[in-house]
Design a protein around this ligand. Structure first.
Ligand code: PLP
Length: 372
C-alpha cells in the first residue's frame, strides 16, 4: 500500500459495539480479566498498552515501513527512551546542528549517567569516522536539521555506523514519512516529535520511536516506555492519529508554500541568506533531491541587520504568529537564538519560519510588509 493510503487507514479499528467507523477513545486506566485470570482483549493496564496507543503505533510503524513503534508523551521523551536504552559508559555521535532540547538532554542529564557524546559535523564524513570510539553504540542523524536545515546523507552515515557495529537513529520530524524514508536508506531507528507535523495542528504533544526490526534494542525501548511510563494519554493518541489522516496532503501544501516563500525571500534585498533545501543554491540541494520527495515546510533566513533589527522584523508580522514549534497548519515565525539559550550557535540575525497551509499570496504579502 502507498504512504497516502496508509496514513488514512492504518491502525483504525472501527467500534464493534456501535459500528462507529472511527475508533472511540478508551479512557479506562485498567482492563478486565477473565475468570481464569487471562486478559481476553490483550490489555492489562493503560501504562503498558491501550487501544488508542497501539492504533497510533501501528499507523506510524506502517507509514515508516518499520516493524514496531513505541509512543511517548513528547518528542523529547521519545529521544530520552533511545538514550535510556543504552548503557552507562556507552558513546554516541550526534550532529552539531540539532534540536537544542535533545542536545541539552545529552549534555545535562545523560552526562550524569556517564553516557559520552560527540557533537560532529555530519556533512564531513572524515570527522564522523574519526569520532568513533571502541564504545560508540549509536549515531544520530537529524535531516533536515534544526534550525540550519542542513541535509545529512542518511545512507552514508548508516553505512559508517554499521561498519562500526553502531545503531543509526534518525530524527525524521522535519521530513515526516511522507517526504523521507530513513529505513530504506539504512537507518535502524526513527523517532518523531509527533507534536509537529504528524499531529499537525499545534494542539497535542507527543513523540514516537519506530524500529525497523522488532529486535533486542527495541525491546529495551519498549521497556522504557512501559516501565518508565512517559506515555501519551489515549486522548493524545487519538488526536495525533486524527492529524496523521491528513498528513500527506498537508506535507504537499507545506512544501509548495515553503518553496514559494523561499524563492520570494531569496530575491529580497534585505535578506542575506535563505536556508531551504529546495533552493538550488542550498548546499544540500542535490542530496535532498535524492533522499526526499519534496523539501518540507521549514525555512530559516538571515536578515541584513543586527539582533534588534531582526527581532523587529518578527515584531511586524500580522498573519504569521510569533511562537516556537512547527508543523501546524498555521505559519509561525521565530527568533531562534533567543529561544535556544546560552549554548546556541544560531546566528542572532536568523529567523525560522514554519510555513503553514494558508494561501501563499497572504503569506508572502505578510512577510513583504514586515520586511519593508
Ligand atoms: C520539537 C522537536 C523535538 C522535541 O519534541 P517535543 O515534543 O517538543 O518534546 C525533537 N526533535 C525535533 C527535530 C523537534 O523539532
Amino acid at each position: 500500500m502507498k504512504t497516502e493510503t496508509i496514513a488514512v487507514h492504518a491502525g483504525n479499528h472501527p467500534d464493534e459495539a456501535s459500528g462507529a467507523i472511527v475508533q472511540p477513545i478508551n479512557l479506562a486506566s485498567t482492563f478486565q480479566r477473565s475468570a481464569d485470570g487471562s486478559y481476553p482483549k490483550g490489555h492489562k493496564y493503560s501504562r503498558t498498552s491501550n487501544p488508542n496507543r497501539i492504533s497510533l503505533e501501528e499507523c506510524v510503524y506502517k507509514l515508516e515501513g518499520g516493524a514496531a513503534a513505541a509512543a511517548f508523551s513528547s518528542g523529547s521523551a521519545a529521544a530520552m527512551a533511545i538514550f535510556q536504552s543504552l548503557s552507562s559508559g556507552d558513546h554516541v555521535i550526534v550532529p552539531d546542528d540539532m534540536y537544542h532540547g535533545v542536545a541539552t538532554m545529552l549534555r545535562n542529564i545523560f552526562s550524569r549517567w556517564n553516557l559520552e557524546v560527540s557533537f560532529v559535523n555530519m556533512q564531513d564524513f572524515d570527522e564522523v569516522k574519526k569520532s568513533f570510539q571502541s564504545n560508540t553504540k549509536l549515531v544520530l542523524v537529524e535531516t533536515p536539521s534544526n534550525p540550519m536545515l542542513k541535509i545529512t546523507d542518511i545512507a552514508a552515515i548508516a553505512d559508517i555506523a554499521h561498519y562500526h557495529m553502531a545503531i543509526c537513529a534518525c530524527d525524521n520530524t522535519f521530513a515526516t514519512p511522507i517526504l523521507q524514508h530513513p529505513f530504506d536508506l539504512g537507518a535502524d531507528i526513527i523517532f518523531h516529535a509527533t507534536t509537529k507535523y504528524l499531529g499537525g495542528h499545534s494542539d497535542v504533544l507527543g513523540g514516537i520511536v519506530v524500529s525497523k526490526h522488532d529486535d533486542d534494542f527495541f525491546k529495551k525501548i519498549r521497556e522504557v516506555q512501559q516501565v518508565g511510563g512517559a506515555v501519551p494519554s489515549p486522548f493524545d493518541c487519538f488526536m495525533t492519529l486524527r492529524g496523521i489522516r491528513t498528513l500527506a496532503i498537508r506535507m504537499k501544501v507545506h512544501s509548495e508554500n515553503a518553496m514559494a516563500v523561499a524563492r520570494f525571500l531569496s530575491n529580497h534585498p534585505k535578506i542575506e541568506k535563505v536556508y531551504y533545501p529546495g533552493l538550488e543554491t542550498h548546499d544540500g540541494h542535490a542530496l535532498a533531491s535524492k533522499q526526499m520527495s519534496a523539501y518540507g515546510g521549514m525555512i530559516s533566513f538571515l536578515y541584513k541587520g543586527d539582533d534588534a533589527a531582526t527581532r523587529n522584523v518578527a515584531s511586524k508580522v500580522q498573519l504569521f504568529t510569533r511562537a516556537t514549534s512547527l508543523g501546524g497548519v498555521e505559519s509561525l515565525i521565530e527568533h531562534r537564538a533567543s529561544m535556544e539559550g546560552p549554548h546556541t550557535k544560531t546566528p542572532t540575525n536568523l529567523l525560522r519560519l514554519s510555513i503553514g497551509i494558508e494561501n501563499i499570496d497572504d503569506l508572502i504579502a505578510d512577510l513583504s510588509q514586515a520586511l519593508n
